[in-house]
Design a protein around this ligand. Structure first.
Ligand SMILES: *Cc1c(COP(=O)(O)O)cnc(C)c1O
Ligand SMILES: [Zn+2]
Length: 481
C-alpha cells in the first residue's frame, strides 16, 4: 500500500492538518487537537455493499477472516494484510435478549446485547489493541504503555505477551495504574501476562497525564485511546452489530462512556459508512455515564455543549475542567472501568453524538448499575458493572419516553463478569468476601440477590436447606451424618 492512502488528520474541520500515518505524536501539530486516522477512500478498494463481507465467513483458515476486526480490513485500511497482528479478537456475537426486554419495557425481540466480554482478554478493548499493536510492530517499537482503570492494561499486556519483536523477544508492556479502583480480575491479567506494572499515587487522570508525558521521549509507544488506531479497531463493533442484524441499522446504540473512545469510534464508523454509501440511515447514540464520573453528562446534557461542526465551546470545557481541579473532584463509582472525569476523547464523542442523530447522554447511579448488572446476569449475560450502565441507561430512556418500546436497541456489554467478581459477590452477600467461607446471614438489599446459605455438615440439615422432607426420601433410614 502506498502510504498516502492512509494518513492522520486533525478532527477540527477548521484545521484539518494532516501528518503521515506513522506519526506518534497523536495531537495536531497546528492546533493541539485530537487526530483521526483518515483515508483517501476513492483510491481504495471498498466493497460496494456490506453484504460483500459475507464472502469471508467461509474462510475459516485465514486468521484475518476469523478476526471480527480484520474481517473488515477494507474499512480500516491503514496496514497491509501481511502486517496485521491478530489473536482472534472480535469473535463476539449480537444476542437477542428477550428475557431482558420485560424488565426494561421494550417490545419482544427489540433488544440485542453485543457481548464484548467474549474477547480474548474479556473486554472490547481487544478490538482496538489489535489495531494499535499492528502499528507498534510496524514502527519497530519494543515497548508499549498505557494508563488504565484495568481493562486496557489487561488487553495491552496480553497482546504484548503474544507479540514478537524483530529481535525475537516479546514486546514489553508497561501499565500505569492509579490509586482509584481496579478490579482484581483485570490486575491479575496484567501481572500474569508480564506487564511492568507501576502504581502511581494519583487517580486515572493523573496516570494518563504521566504516561503521555514520558512515553515518546523514551520511545515507548502510547496505547491509550488518544492513539487513534485504537478507535479504528473499535469501529468494527458497529460492523458486527450490523452483521448480526442482517445489515439492518438499529434505531439505537447504547454504550457506557468512560474515556469516550468507544462511542467516538462508533460515531466515526457511521460517518464513514454513510460517506461510502454503505448504509442508508444511522442509529441514534446514547452514551451512559456513571453519576460519580459524569463529565460528559454535565457538559452535554446539563450545559448544552454541542460539537457544532467542530466549533464547540472550548471555554465551556476548560471552565468545567478547572472547576474539577478547584474543587479537587475525584470521580467515584462502583463501575471502575468508567471512573474517569477528564475524558480524553470528549471532542470526538461530541462529534459522534452529532453524527448519530443528535444522540443523548444520561447518568445512572451505582445502585441502578448494580441492579441492572444482576438482572442481565440472571438472564445469562454476565458482564462487569460498567457494562451494565448501558442497560440501566436504556431503562431510564424508556421511562423518559425518549426511547419507545417498538424501537430496535443494541446495548453494548463492554466487559466480562469475571473481571470483577468482588462486585458480584458483594451484591449477593452484602459483604466483601475475599475469604472462602460464607459470611453469616445478613440482610441484603439487592433485588436479585442470591445469598449462599450456611449449612451444618449434616444430611438432615442439607435436606432442609433443599426444601425436602428427609423422612419421605431414601435417605430417611440413614444414620445421621
Ligand atoms: C474501557 C471500558 C469502558 C469505557 O470505554 P471508553 O471507551 O473509555 O468510554 C466501559 N466498559 C468497560 C468494561 C471498559 O473496559
Ligand atoms: Zn488541528
Amino acid at each position: 500500500m502506498t502510504p498516502e492512502l492512509a494518513f492522520q488528520r486533525c478532527i477540527d474541520p477548521g484545521c484539518s492538518a494532516t501528518v503521515p500515518v506513522d506519526s506518534t505524536q497523536f495531537t495536531c501539530p497546528r492546533c493541539g487537537g485530537l487526530m483521526d486516522v483518515a483515508y483517501d477512500w476513492p483510491r481504495l478498494p471498498v466493497p460496494k455493499s456490506l453484504r460483500d463481507f459475507e464472502a469471508k465467513w467461509s474462510l475459516r483458515s485465514d486468521p484475518l477472516c476469523v478476526s471480527g476486526v480484520w474481517r473488515f480490513i477494507e474499512l480500516l485500511p491503514f496496514a497491509a494484510a501481511s502486517q496485521v497482528l491478530t489473536i482472534g479478537e472480535g469473535q463476539t456475537i449480537l444476542q437477542r435478549a428477550d428475557a431482558v426486554v420485560r424488565f426494561v419495557g421494550l417490545n419482544d425481540g427489540r433488544l440485542y446485547l453485543q457481548y464484548e466480554g467474549l474477547n480474548p482478554s474479556g473486554s472490547f478493548k481487544d478490538n482496538g489493541m489489535t489495531a494499535a499493536f499492528t502499528l507498534a510492530r510496524k514502527l519497530g517499537r519494543k515497548r508499549v504503555a498505557c494508563a488504565s482503570t484495568g481493562n486496557t492494561s489487561a488487553s495491552l499486556a496480553l497482546y504484548a505477551s503474544m507479540t514478537v519483536c524483530d529481535d525475537g523477544r516479546p514486546m514489553q508492556s508497561v501499565v500505569f495504574i492509579g490509586s482509584g479502583k481496579i478490579a482484581y480480575g483485570k490486575l491479575s491479567q496484567a501481572l500474569d501476562y508480564g506487564a511492568l506494572t507501576l502504581q502511581i499515587d494519583g487517580d486515572f487522570d493523573a496516570c494518563l497525564r504521566r504516561v503521555r508525558e514520558v512515553s515518546e521521549p523514551l520511545s515507548i509507544y502510547l496505547m491509550n485511546s488518544i492513539n487513534p488506531f485504537r478507535l479504528e479497531g473499535q469501529k468494527s463493533i458497529m460492523y458486527r452489530v450490523l452483521e448480526g442484524l442482517g445489515w439492518q441499522v438499529p434505531d439505537w446504540i447504547v454504550v457506557p462512556g468512560g474515556n469516550l473512545g468507544n462511542c467516538s469510534a462508533f460515531g466515526k464508523a457511521f460517518l464513514e459508512l454513510r460517506e461510502l454509501g454503505l448504509v442508508n440511515k444511522v442509529p441514534r447514540l446514547a452514551v451512559i455515564n456513571a453519576a460519580g464520573a459524569n463529565t460528559l453528562y454535565e457538559l452535554y446534557t446539563k450545559q448544552g455543549l454541542r460539537w457544532n461542526a467542530g466549533r464547540y465551546n472550548r471555554d465551556c470545557v476548560q471552565a468545567y475542567l478547572k472547576h474539577l481541579d478547584d474543587t479537587n473532584y475525584k470521580p467515584c463509582t462502583v463501575a471502575s472501568a468508567i471512573e474517569i472525569s477528564r475524558p480524553v476523547s470528549l471532542p470526538k464523542a461530541l462529534r459522534a453524538l452529532e453524527a448519530m442523530n443528535n444522540g443523548v447522554v444520561r447518568q445512572v447511579t451505582d445502585e441502578m448499575i448494580l441492579e441492572h448488572r444482576a438482572m442481565v446476569a440472571k438472564t445469562g449475560f454476565g458482564c462487569e458493572p460498567a457494562s451494565a450502565a448501558s442497560v440501566a441507561g436504556l431503562h431510564l430512556l424508556l421511562q423518559e419516553q425518549v426511547v419507545s418500546p417498538g424501537e430496535t436497541v443494541v446495548c453494548i456489554l463492554t466487559g466480562h463478569e469475571l473481571k470483577d467478581p468482588d462486585a458480584t459477590v458483594k451484591y449477593h452477600t452484602g459483604l466483601d468476601m475475599k475469604a472462602a467461607t460464607i459470611p453469616p446471614a445478613r440482610p441484603v438489599h439487592g433485588k436479585y440477590a442470591n445469598r449462599p446459605i450456611r449449612v451444618p455438615d449434616d444430611v438432615r440439615a442439607i435436606c432442609k436447606a433443599l426444601g425436602v422432607d428427609i423422612d419421605k426420601t431414601p435417605l430417611a433410614g440413614l444414620p445421621c451424618r
